[in-house]
Design a binder for this molecule. Structure first.
Ligand code: NDP
Ligand code: KPL
Length: 326
């Protein structure tokens, strides 16, 4: 299957690398020519949690630079059209969803191309879908953890679990798009590549579950500069985790979003299972990059506001993290 990966960062290289190794035809779209060159010259490497390293040489995959108009330096647009992807996996960060990037997507995608987003946070799906003429956009929620080590390599935290689905707002009356040949083909490709993936008929539940987890763990670890597990160390941190969970739960109830589990137990469970992780938000802060806090705590605060509710703790975390942006 012909799959394009937009954003060859931590999660893009992990997914694209293993999909290519499993025999899929992969095209990475990078932002910079320098990264494209490193990829083509040195190949991709993935460090696994057991210390082994997997090398994936060019052959099954190629790399291009995503330009504003969708063309790269080496290929005319006509050439790209002949390689219309069946799927595009978007693996950029929330802060990378700029007009130019979204407009470039419309050049890569053919009329039947499916698009799936791997981002944490919310708000991006509708934005892209609108800009792509209402084309339905799928979501992949994953517990994979990947850290970028170089332009061409990543470290995988361990085996995660992923879910592929389409949120109700996207599906409209067309939920059948979830159960067609194209979706089945992507699911099989992901599984063959070593990503245990389930088809979700209720991806919104997964999206909001992850949003709540990220809204508590990410800003707290970014501000305190501690690994995830350390949020459970000490009375004061535990109290903050509890209060943030309770505030988010109140907002979810007011918005009619149900959670299967107790929020605190859920968040504490993730702190324990990823105890040595540097959260992605802490990673961004340490590297002086913009974080995804707008799409996480910002969206949560906005959701609550839409039903007349204020979330003072989440709002404060949002502003604190935003104040650390470069
Ligand atoms: N890493 C993880 O373990 C997980 C990540 N996620 C989500 O996946 C998303 C990506 O995260 P992650 O991979 O960690 O982030 P990275 O920062 O490692 O990767 C993002 C990549 O997107 C590239 N990019 C940005 N803008 C463009 C553009 N216009 N055209 C082409 N490429 C572009 C960046 O290029 P450049 O380097 O040149 O800036 C970078 O390589 C996030 O939303 C995150 O929440 C979800 C679950 C797990
Ligand atoms: C689940 C968690 C908190 C793991 O680190 C994560 O998704 C992130 O860091 O963004």
């Amino acid at each position: 299957m012909n799959i394009h990966i937009v954003g060859a960062g931590a999660i893009g290289l992990l997914y694209g690398g293993y999909l290519a190794k499993a025999g899929e035809k992969i095209t990475f779209w990078t932002r910079k020519e320098a990264q494209r060159r490193v990829l083509l010259e040195q190949g991709i490497f993935i460090e696994e949690a057991d210390g082994s390293t997997v090398k994936i040489e060019e052959g099954q995959w190629t790399a291009r630079v995503l330009k504003q108009d969708g063309c790269d330096d080496n290929d005319a647009e006509e050439g790209m059209r002949q390689e219309v992807p069946e799927w595009i996996l978007i693996a950029v960060k929330q802060s990378h969803f700029e007009e130019n990037m979204i407009s470039a997507l419309s050049h890569i995608a053919g009329p039947d191309t499916r698009i799936a987003c791997l981002q944490n946070g919310i708000g991006h799906i509708d934005k892209i879908s609108r800009r792509l003429g209402g084309r339905p956009v799928y979501t992949i929620i994953t517990t994979e953890g990947s850290t970028r080590l170089a332009d061409n390599g990543v470290r995988r935290a361990g085996l995660g679990e992923s879910r592929l689905g389409m949120s109700k707002a996207q599906a409209g009356s067309g939920l059948d798009a979830l159960h067609d040949r194209s979706t089945e083909t992507l699911l099989n490709a992901l599984r063959k590549a070593g990503f245990p993936t389930l088809l979700s008929n209720d991806i919104d539940k997964d999206i909001y579950r992850k949003l709540l987890i990220n809204s508590v763990i990410n800003p707290l670890t970014a501000i305190l500069r501690v690994p995830n597990g350390d949020l459970l160390v000490g009375k004061e941190r535990m109290t903050m985790v509890r209060l943030l969970c309770a505030e988010a739960e109140r907002a979810y109830r007011a918005c009619g979003i149900s959670l299967d589990d107790d929020a605190f137990e859920m968040v504490a469970g993730v702190c324990r299972s990823t105890s040595s992780n540097t959260s992605s938000m802490l990673g961004d802060v340490l590297h002086h990059r913009a974080t995804e806090v707008d799409a996480i705590n910002g969206q949560l605060v906005g959701m609550a506001e839409s039903v007349g509710m204020d979330l003072p703790m989440h709002r404060t975390l949002w502003l604190l993290v935003k104040s650390m942006h470069p």
